[in-house]
Design a protein around this ligand. Structure first.
Ligand code: ADP
Ligand code: MG
Length: 208
C-alpha cells in the first residue's frame, strides 16, 4: 500500500455525454487492482446524503446563477469533509466524477459567472487541495448531445442548447491548456475500448 501523506486525487471532467460515467467505475477498480491501493469512488454534485439532496435541487429546480454556484460549492464542502479529506488522510486514493473544474466550465464558461467569484469560493472551500490528475474527456457538443438524446432524460444542464456546451467545452479546454501538468486530455470520440486502453496506460503511470 502507498503511504499516508501522499495524496492522490483523480478527477474526470467533460461535457455531459462525453463518457465520464462510462469509464469512472472501471477506472477506480482497475486503479485499486493494479496499484494495490484503496480507492474511493465518488461523484459531483453529490457523493454524500446532503450532497445528493443538493444535486437533485441544482439539476432540476430553476434558480439564480449564483445560487447554483453556491450550492455546487456547498455540496463540495460536504463531500470534502465527509469523504475526500478522510480518505486522503488515511492514504486512500479518491476518484471523482467531476470536481471544481466543472464549476469553472459550467457556471463560469457556460453561464458567464465571473471567474473571480468562482476563484473566491474555490479558495474558501479547498484552499490547499487540487486534484493530482484530471482526465478531461473532450468531445464535440453535437456528438455528446446525440449520445445523451438516445440514452436518458435530460436535466437542467443537459437541456441547454448547443452554444452553451460549446462554451463549456471551450472553458474546459482553456483550463486544461493552462495547467497541462495536472490535465490529461482524452479524445472522447474514440471507441470505449480505445479509451480504456488509454486509461490503462494512465493507471500504469500512476502506480509507479
Ligand atoms: N466512446 C464512446 N463511444 C460511443 N458512445 C459512448 C462512448 N462513451 C460513452 N458513450 C455513451 O454515451 C452516453 C453518455 O456517456 P456517459 O458516460 O454517461 O457520459 P457522461 O458521464 O460524461 O455524461 C452513454 O449512453 C454511453 O453509453
Ligand atoms: Mg455522467
Amino acid at each position: 500500500m502507498k503511504q499516508a501523506g501522499h495524496p492522490r486525487f483523480v478527477t474526470f471532467e467533460g461535457v455531459d455525454g462525453a463518457g465520464k460515467s462510462t469509464h469512472v467505475g472501471w477506472f477506480a477498480e482497475m486503479l485499486a487492482a493494479r496499484c494495490g491501493v484503496e480507492v474511493i469512488l465518488t461523484r459531483e454534485p453529490g457523493g454524500t446524503a446532503l450532497g445528493e439532496a443538493l444535486r437533485s435541487l441544482v439539476l432540476h429546480r430553476p434558480m439564480h446563477l449564483e445560487t447554483e454556484a453556491l450550492l455546487m460549492f456547498a455540496a463540495r464542502r460536504e463531500l470534502l469533509a465527509e469523504v475526500i479529506e478522510p480518505a486522503l488522510a488515511r492514504g486512500a486514493w479518491v476518484v471523482s466524477d467531476r470536481f471544481s473544474d466543472a464549476t469553472v466550465a459550467y457556471q463560469g464558461g457556460g453561464r458567464g459567472l465571473a471567474a473571480t467569484k468562482i476563484a473566491v469560493l474555490r479558495q474558501w472551500v479547498h484552499p490547499l487541495l487540487e486534484p493530482t490528475l484530471t482526465v478531461l474527456f473532450d468531445l464535440a457538443p453535437e456528438v455528446a448531445r446525440r449520445r445523451i438524446e438516445t440514452s436518458r432524460t435530460r436535466d437542467r444542464f443537459e437541456a441547454e442548447d448547443e452554444a452553451f456546451f460549446v462554451r463549456v467545452r471551450d472553458a474546459y479546454r482553456a483550463t486544461a491548456a493552462e495547467d497541462d501538468r495536472r490535465f490529461l486530455v482524452i479524445d472522447g470520440s474514440r471507441t470505449v475500448n480505445e479509451i480504456r486502453k488509454r486509461l490503462e496506460e494512465i493507471i500504469a503511470s500512476l502506480c509507479c
